[in-house]
Design a binder for this molecule. Sequence first.
Ligand code: NAP
Length: 341
Amino acid sequence: MNPDKNIRVTLASRPVGFPKESDFNIEEVPIPEPGEGEILIKASWLSLDPYMRGRLDDGAGYADPVPIGDVIVGAITGEVIKSRSPRFKVGEIIEGRLGWQSYAVSDGTDIPGNDLRKIDPSLGPIQTSLGILGMPGFTAYFGFLDVCEPVAGDTVVVSAASGAVGQIVGQIAKIMGCHVVGTAGSDKKISYVVDELGFDSGINYKTENLDDALSKHCPSGIDVYFDNVGGVLTDAVFKQLNIGARVAICGQISQYNLEKPELTPRNLWQLIVSQAKVQGFLQGQYINKHNDALIRISNWIKDGKLKYTEDVTVGLENAPTTFIGMLKGDNFGKTLIKIFE
Ligand code: NAP
């Protein structure tokens, strides 16, 4: 990759169904110069996340869509290489939503009102600021501990269990003394969450009968469901919720690439029977508490109680293919693009 140019990935066309490589353009443009009060960042890592799929559509969402021709939205971690701002020094490492590009200029914010985050490299390798020590970690921490209100002994089901968020949720649930069952799309992913991460068991939702498998792995019913995927899996879990169960609606990835939305869930009456709480959340609603999570998660990593896996692809030009693969389940852990060494 040419280090003397800004390589950026822009939106060529709005995807219909699953994105295609032709929906993206790779462009080489001059490296921008920071103006007064601005900084220039050289990106080392780009995070690829499912929420980006929603930003490629032209519909109403919780954030504005990416305009055609614009750089795709996404968080990078990198080094400040020029500074005309009193708030940032050359050499500092920052993380922020500055897009799929190798160099970015910023006034110290990524979206209006939101400051770039200065990263403490002593907490871990800097790319963890995009994973376990960043947005996916905050999602798992607050979605599980705040929304799911776990109690030791609870049976917890977490979907997309080997992914960036799911792998952390399951391990925090084990720390809290819960019985943890993960669902994922391959036997290799199931072996990983059970043998390496210490989940109690797992279900391959692509090959097993969901009703039978959930009954077998959750013989006392389900107290907590951390829902990353939605669709038929969520329908099946709703049928086996215990009275007073708690469900965190974190993501619905099974629906993101459908041209027509599914008519699920249709079995909401199950929630009357179980008197369950179902709550959607966004990790950003906890922004004022992110630092508390950062301290606790990094201590758990230091104590060997939390592990993480990263799925790293080298080269920004490979971001579209890697992103499409992640949406289809090709990733194993947190999906990252390594831009520069
Ligand atoms: P991830 O799990 O690392 O990657 C996505 C995974 O989704 C894939 O590996 C695949 O795993 C699974 N998947 C794809 N299509 C599926 C389908 N049809 N049915 C079931 N599983 C499917 O992604 P992540 O970053 O950790 O995000 C997980 C979820 O959390 C996403 O829905 C995301 O939108 C959501 N999220 C929400 C927030 C929030 O603030 N609420 C923040 C971050 C993420 P398998 O091989 O197991 O199918």
